[in-house]
Unconditional design. Sequence first.
Length: 395
Amino acid sequence: MTVESTAARKPRRSAGTKSAASKRTGAAAKKPPGAEPELIQLLTPEGERVKDATYDPYVADITPDELRGLYRDMVLSRCFDAEATSLQRQGELGLWASMLGQEAAQIGSGRATRDDDYVFPTYREHGVAWCRGVDPTNLLGMFRGVNNGGWDPKTNNFHLYTIVIGAQTLHATGYAMGVAKDGADSAVIAYFGDGASSQGDVAESFTFSAVYNAPVVFFCQNNQWAISEPTEKQTRVPLYQRAQGFGFPGVRVDGNDVLACLAVTKWALERARSGEGPTLVEAYTYRMGAHTTSDDPSKYRADEEREAWEAKDPILRLRAYLEASNHADEGFFAELEAESEALGRRVREVVRAMPDPDHFAIFENAYADGHALVDEERAQFAAYQASFADEGEGK
C-alpha cells in the first residue's frame, strides 16, 4: 500500500502552478489575481529550505532524526487515515472524516506541544491524536458507534473529539482561564476549521480569551472548504486577521509545510506560557479528500484545484528535503513502508474484532420515564431490522 501521496511518490514541480483558490476573485481576495497568499514558509513545495528570521530559531536545533520522525508521523497518520476510509467503505464504520492533505498542519503543531499542554480537537485531528500518544484504533470506536470516544482525556491531555462545530474552542478557553488562575506553566491549544471560524462559539472564545489573557492557541486549519462552501463565502479578509479585532495576534502559516507549522506553533505556545495571551494560527492548507465519507467533493470543486494542491503534498515536500540533505536513504523509506503495512493490518484486525453497535441504544435515555412515541418508533425500527433477516432467509 502506497501511503505517501495521492498522486505520485516523487514531488512534482509546482512552479507556475496556480491553485483554483488563488484564481478566485471577489471581496475576499485582497491580493492581485493569481497571486499566492502571504504566509510563513520554511520549506517550499519543492522541498527547498528557506530562511525566516523570526521562526528559524524555533527549529534551529532540529536533528536529522527528528526530521525523519516528522516524516514518519505524517506517513503513518496518512496510512491510518486511508485504512479508516477503506473500512468505512466496507461497512465497518458508520462515517469517517479524512485528514488527507492536512498532515503537516497536524503533525507540526502536535509535535510543538508539551506533555503538560492540553489539546482540544474537533473530529478530524487524527494526526494530533497520534502525536499525543492516543492509540489510533481508539479513534475508530466512536465512528463505529460502540463508544463515545474510547480514550481517557486525562491520560494524554487530549480531549475527546467534539462533533458540535466550534464548541471545543469555548471548552479550551475556559480550561485555559483555569490554567492561568492555577498559575500553571502550561498552555492550551484548540483546533477548528475554516467553517467553524464563522460560529458564534469561536467569536465568544476569542472575546473571553483576549479579555482574560488566557494561555490558549487557536489553531485554524483552513482547508478552504466548509463542506461545500469556499472560504470567501464566509469572510472578506484572511482568517488570521480576525484576531486583530479581538486584540491579539494572528499569523498565517503554510499548512503543508511541517517545519513552518512546528515553528509557528512553538512560538505561539511559548507566548501563551509566558503570559502574553492567546494567538490565532491559520494553517493554510487543503482538504484533499471529502469532508466526510458521506460527501462527494466532485459536486462542488474542480479537479484542477485538487491537482494543483497535490503538487504541494506535505509528505513529498519533506521527503524531497530529506533526500536533498542526505538525511534519509532508501532503507529508511523501505522500513517505513513496511511499518505502514503493519499498521494497516493492525487497524483492520482491531476494527473487525470490535462488536457491532447496539442499534437500539438511540431509544434509551430520551425520556426518564419512557414515552409512547419512542416506544412506537422502537417497534417500527425493530420491524425494519427484522426485515433484513427475513430477506436473508428468502421470505
